[in-house]
Design a protein around this ligand. Structure first.
Ligand code: T3D
Length: 264
């Protein structure tokens, strides 16, 4: 598939997906969501890709649903088939991101608004430029958080802070997002691309299967109680211990050298 609304490239074992509709701050229309879904599928299936870096072109990360493209949906007002639209275009992307057993790093280069903020939150890790901002824009237009924002916010912030953010018109700065735990790192604007790539490369050189299984464990830990979770950890460890990377990690430790993980 050739893409018009995203850029898709690969450097070393890192896939770089750039949302690329800068004139509308990378707002999501149908084509962008379909292309993003397709690129994520490739990332999932290609064993040579061991980390995904998601970013935006121009001055924004993503401004959420393209509000000038709602006619693509057909209907208006009560007839607007929003639920079907979310289920068909957004929900599969968010689920694919959470279920992909490879790390996904968001390099948030500017504003992340509405479903654009949901996309950033659905990544495993976030590095933000100092000037980046986060807005739950849904409420500004009389909508509720979607594309996973309510799920992620309440888990990352707790009920009170999630509610405050979801119903406020406030832009959260990158620094505040760091303090709240919404992002992992903040870097000067002119360092973002390089710092993000360095981090993505480090992740891509890790034991990809173990990292993927860790993602599976943490996803499940949000739902299970402690005895079920202990059992689930044991199952996952059985899988991880059988990987070539685990054997290499143990060998490297005993030989007092750095491991050379292959992602197998
Ligand atoms: O039906 C469904 O699918 C429901 C799903 C909903 C999911 C959602 O994401 S709902 C939330 C949708 N997003 C928003 O409401 C955000 C709208 N944008 C803004 O509030 C502001 O643009 C920002 C706060 C993000 C940035 O503000 P600022 O001042 O830096 O930029 P700007 O001047 O507002 O925007 C620059 C251009 O991008 C401008 O176009 P122009 O005037 O230069 O021709 C603006 O209209 C356009 N733009 C920005 N966001 C969107 C957009 N065009 C369409 N859709 C957008 N979301």
């Amino acid at each position: 598939m050739s893409y018009q609304t995203i850029l898709f490239g690969q450097r070393d074992s890192v896939a770089i997906i750039t949302l690329n509709r800068p004139k509308v701050l990378n707002a999501c229309n149908r084509q962008l969501m379909e292309e993003l879904a397709d690129a994520l599928k490739t990332c999932e299936r290609d064993p040579a890709i061991r980390c995904v870096l998601l970013t935006g072109a121009g001055r924004a990360f993503c401004s959420g649903q393209d509000l000038s493209a709602l006619e693509e949906l057909g209907g208006h007002g009560e007839q607007l088939p929003v639920a079907a639209h979310l289920r068909r275009l957004y929900n599969p992307v968010i689920l694919r991101m959470r279920k992909m057993e490879k790390p996904i790093l968001a390099a948030v280069n500017g504003v992340a608004a509405g479903a654009g903020m949901s996309l950033a939150l659905a990544c495993d890790l976030r590095i933000a430029a100092e000037s980046a901002t986060f807005i739950q824009s849904f409420v500004h237009i009389g909508l509720v958080p979607d594309a996973g924002s309510s799920y992620f916010l309440v888990r990352m912030l707790g009920l009170g802070r999630a509610f405050e953010l979801a119903v406020s018109e406030r832009r959260v700065s990158a620094q505040e997002a760091l303090e709240l735990g919404l992002v992992n790192r903040v870097v000067p604007d002119d360092r973002l691309a390089e710092e993000a790539m360095t981090w993505a490369r480090e992740l891509a050189q890790g034991p990809t299967r173990a990292i993927g299984l860790t993602k599976r464990a943490l996803n499940r830990a949000l739902l299970l109680d402690v005895d079920e979770m202990l059992d689930y950890e044991a199952q996952l460890q059985q899988i991880a211990a059988a990987t070539a990377d685990s054997a290499e990690g143990i060998r490297a430790f005993l030989e007092k050298r750095r491991p050379n993980f292959q992602g197998r």
